[in-house]
Design a binder for this molecule. Structure first.
Ligand code: SF4
Ligand code: SF4
Length: 339
């Protein structure tokens, strides 16, 4: 089994314990945070294991890149503190397993990896994606959603196989060494989680935002500014890769929308609520969805921009009911291009 790369001594000496003090779903003063952190380091149970909403945010909050959330998930699994009911976990692990239906084929760059979202194939169209090719399906599903299910073991087992599948059936065959990740989760898996788990990644990945920024720059003369106020729903998986955030602002500038300052954006973003419902914590999910929607409405957002398909499918109807149009980031770019 690959071991998580973290240094317990760094945590023992940590004076701020940002990972817990800044948590939006549990309350700790500094003394309590230090106590709970020491329990986690010692492999003991802690109220963190039951209270964690699996929002991934502490991976961003830790100033030392010492992987507090990955450690929580390891401890949850070791101590059988399941955040989601076990029958649901078993069903999901089976349902989302690789199906072995790989059809190696001719692909070219730019190559878009759509992960396990075949329903979004229609998004890859028009001038924005001119000349691209596409891969998708269960056999290239990055599998890091198991962080929400206390199942790091499934990630450790499946992710190396997925990496092999991509490398040997699509990239090496076609002399390619990189692809564009349509979903934050895949980019987070290959650039953040895999190194932390000691899993080798032989290829380079490009975040969708970088691809969109470059394409919009090339197509600048064809853009008609949208001129609207938008709220951005930052996905949990982007907490693993905050270095990609500047592209959100660049894309919004290019398409002429205003990412108006609001309370629950950037480092203070709120979870969409999907996982909290799976955890049967409906009261918490109701509360955070209401606060998030009130915040979007208060700033007069005309669009709510999503990059995560799961956030989109969870929140699209509730934002619509507030008079706000839900839209995926790539579709926002298509709108600016008149496509
Ligand atoms: S995980 Fe990071 S923030 Fe938390 S105690 Fe360790 S070093 Fe400090
Ligand atoms: S993952 Fe989110 S809810 Fe869990 S401890 Fe970290 S910040 Fe708190």
């Amino acid at each position: 089994m690959t071991m998580l790369k973290y240094d317990p001594e760094i945590c023992e000496k940590c004076e701020t314990v940002d990972c817990l003090v800044r948590c939006q779903y549990m309350q700790f003063d500094l003394t309590q945070a230090k106590e709970e952190k020491l329990k986690l380091l010692a492999g003991e149970s802690s109220r963190v294991l039951e209270g964690c909403a699996t929002c991934y945010a502490c991976e961003e909050y830790c100033p030392n890149n010492n992987h507090p959330f990955y450690l929580i998930v390891d401890r949850q699994e070791e101590l059988s503190t399941w955040p989601v009911p076990i029958p649901l976990v078993k069903q999901q692990v089976k349902m989302m397993s690789p199906k072995g239906k790989i059809t190696p084929g001719k692909v070219n760059t730019p190559l878009i990896n759509l992960c396990f979202f075949p329903m979004l194939t229609g998004c890859i169209r028009g001038r924005l994606f001119d000349g691209t090719s596409l891969i998708e399906g269960s056999d290239i599903f990055c599998n890091i959603m198991w962080l929400h299910f206390a199942k790091n073991s499934v990630i450790r087992e499946r992710l190396p196989k997925i990496i092999d599948t991509i490398q040997n059936n699509y990239l090496a065959e076609n002399g390619i060494n990189e692809f564009v990740c349509f979903h934050d989760e895949c980019y987070g898996a290959y650039t953040h989680l895999a190194p932390a788990f000691g899993i080798d990644v032989p290829f380079k990945t490009v975040h969708l935002f970088e691809y969109l920024t470059k394409r919009l720059t090339v197509l600048k003369k064809e853009i008609t500014p949208i001129r609207a106020t938008v709220a951005y729903q930052r996905p949990c998986s982007n907490r693993l890769i905050p270095e990609t955030q500047h592209w959100v602002d660049e894309i919004f500038n290019l398409v002429g929308v205003d990412r108006v300052e609001r309370e629950y954006d950037r480092e203070n973003a709120l979870c969409c609520g999907t996982v909290l419902r799976a955890m049967q914590k409906d009261d918490i999910a109701d509360d955070l969805q209401k606060r998030n929607l009130d915040d979007m409405q208060k700033v007069g957002a005309a669009y709510c921009v999503f990059n995560c398909p799961a956030c989109f499918f969870t929140m699209k109807d509730m934002v619509t009911e507030r008079g706000i149009t839900p839209i995926l980031m790539s579709e926002l770019c298509q709108l600016a291009l008149g496509q």
